[in-house]
Design a protein around this ligand. Structure first.
Ligand code: ADP
Ligand code: LRH
Length: 463
């Protein structure tokens, strides 16, 4: 039996359970189980199927033993901002509503009537996204005040999955920062904001730092799975885990998946008025760092076009199509809010091009080129903003995540930015999750050691 740690990494488009162990100073990964993740309509809202996600985690745990692994610890990371509420008996009383649901339309402005927008930024350091938890909670308060009245526990998605594994209630710190409800100065829930929005403070527990054990499996699960292990908190925000696994220091990174998260690791938050204007965020890192970054709409745009094309082309085929399409040159502002949750992504892109007097994409290759070129343009602009805001010049950009396999974008970004582009690992988030567990259990001693190990264990390409 090979001893291992298990990372459960669930992104907005897919989830995986990955076993990891160190052998001869190399980090070895074994993908045990992969599953789709999709939003679907439930009770009038776009939701995640949280019960199904938990079943998939259990399938992965069972398969790991079938594959002759002996898992010592497990930790879960997922996308940020979404949550569920439990009542006093710890029963779930909300669906896991997805951040692209329209319940938050217009809500940000209503919140700004009650709390000054600049104060929100200065005190939390978090960027403005219409779907931040603060606006989702306010939307819920308006739609179903009785639900918040009956609520006793607030759990973000990975906190809830950890609760199902252990029975323990935790609010992990890195993900809690994305609520836009934590005070940056003391990492505590912002009582004054909660009061102004009429959100009960007692549903939150003190944010807890990653890289520590929260206990073993519940008795029921031990019985069902016929084994036990420790549940160890990674940076439960997937981007926190991903950034931990960037195998370089002093570089701009892009965590490229459904979203493109582009930024740098920084010691202190940067909440200047310029950072506010450019809408940069200061999320809590798993390693005492601040993730100073910008959310860019990301490969969600091609995911949606792929879906509308009935999955006729794979992602790799869309990349090939973009290479073949040399003439098409229309560019959209990828961060335009119309692309966040449109009825039809193809239509939204075409309308944008019409409005800006550009040629509309019609064929799959035109859509691919338009989306990839537009993302690269946004990366280029964002790199300049990062350099302006940090007062530093960076010679490299390191791309991690599934999107690092997009050679067309990697090459184009190298040309446009005149920086060296490094890519990989593709499974950086799961790797960061595993590293956190290995640090908690004493298998690794420092972030520097882990970055070095990641660098020598995976294929890092240079453009
Ligand atoms: P998330 O964690 O947000 O679900 P991932 O890190 O799994 O996202 O990345 C998914 C994205 O990676 C897809 O949207 C796709 O654009 C890109 N991708 C995956 N495989 C390939 C490939 N073979 N070639 C090009 N792009 C790919
Ligand atoms: C990426 C991510 C990102 C958040 C978004 C909701 O998966 O966690 O960091 O802003 O999803």
């Amino acid at each position: 039996m090979q001893k291992c740690n298990l990372a459960v990494d669930i992104g907005a488009s897919s989830g995986r359970v990955i076993a990891g162990y160190v052998q001869n100073n190399q980090l070895i990964l074994d993908e045990i189980h992969r599953f789709d993740n999709k939003m679907r309509e439930m009770n009038g809202h776009l939701c995640w199927d949280i019960d199904d996600l938990f079943l998939e985690i259990k399938v992965g745990m069972k398969k790991s033993v079938e594959k002759q692994f002996q898992p010592l610890t497990i930790g879960v990371d997922t996308w940020a901002v979404d949550f569920v509420l439990l009542d006093k008996d710890k029963n779930r009383i909300t669906d896991a509503v997805a951040y692209r649901d329209h319940r938050t339309d217009g809500v940000m402005d209503e919140v700004f009537q009650l709390i000054d927008q600049k104060a929100i930024y200065q005190e939390t350091g978090i960027q403005f996204q219409p779907f931040n938890t603060i606006y989702q909670l306010f939307a819920l308060q308006k739609e179903k005040p009785e639900t918040l009245k009956n609520a006793r526990y607030f759990l973000m998605i990975p906190d809830y999955l950890h609760y199902l594994l252990t029975g323990k209630i935790t609010n992990e710190y890195t993900n809690a920062t994305t609520t836009q409800l934590l005070k940056a100065t003391n990492q505590k829930w912002h009582q004054d904001f909660l009061e102004k929005l009429n959100i009960p403070e007692h549903i939150f527990s003190e944010p807890i730092q990653p890289m520590q054990s929260i206990g073993s499996l519940t008795k029921e699960l031990q019985h069902e799975l016929e084994f036990d292990l420790e549940v160890v908190l990674p940076g439960t925000h997937d981007t926190a885990s991903a950034v931990m696994a960037v195998p370089a220091q002093d570089t701009i990174y892009i965590s490229s998946g459904t979203w493109s998260l582009m930024g740098v690791e920084h010691h202190e938050p940067i909440s200047t008025s310029q950072a506010f204007d450019y809408n940069f965020t200061n999320e809590g890192g798993a390693n005492d760092h601040i993730r100073f970054l910008k959310n860019i709409m990301g490969l969600w745009m091609i995911q949606e076009v792929k879906r509308e094309w009935h999955d006729q082309y794979s992602f790799a085929e869309f990349v090939d199509l973009a290479y073949q399409e040399s003439a098409f040159a229309s560019i959209v502002n990828v961060n335009d809010q119309r692309f966040l949750s449109p009825e039809s992504m193809k239509q939204a892109i075409q309308t944008y091009c019409q409005e800006t007097n550009q040629q509309e994409p019609i064929t799959a290759s035109e859509f691919a080129k338009c989306i990839f070129d537009s993302l690269v343009e946004s990366y280029h602009q964002t790199a300049k903003e990062i350099e302006e805001l940090t007062g530093k010049t960076y010679s490299t950009i390191h791309i991690i995540g599934g999107g690092s396999k997009n050679y067309y974008m990697n090459e184009k970004l190298a040309t446009v930015s005149k920086k060296t582009i490094y890519t990989g690992p593709g499974e950086a988030t799961a790797i960061g999750n595993l590293v956190a567990q290995m640090m908690a259990t004493g298998q690794l001693n420092s972030i520097e050691q882990s970055k070095q190990m990641i660098n020598q264990s995976f294929d890092i390409q240079k453009f």
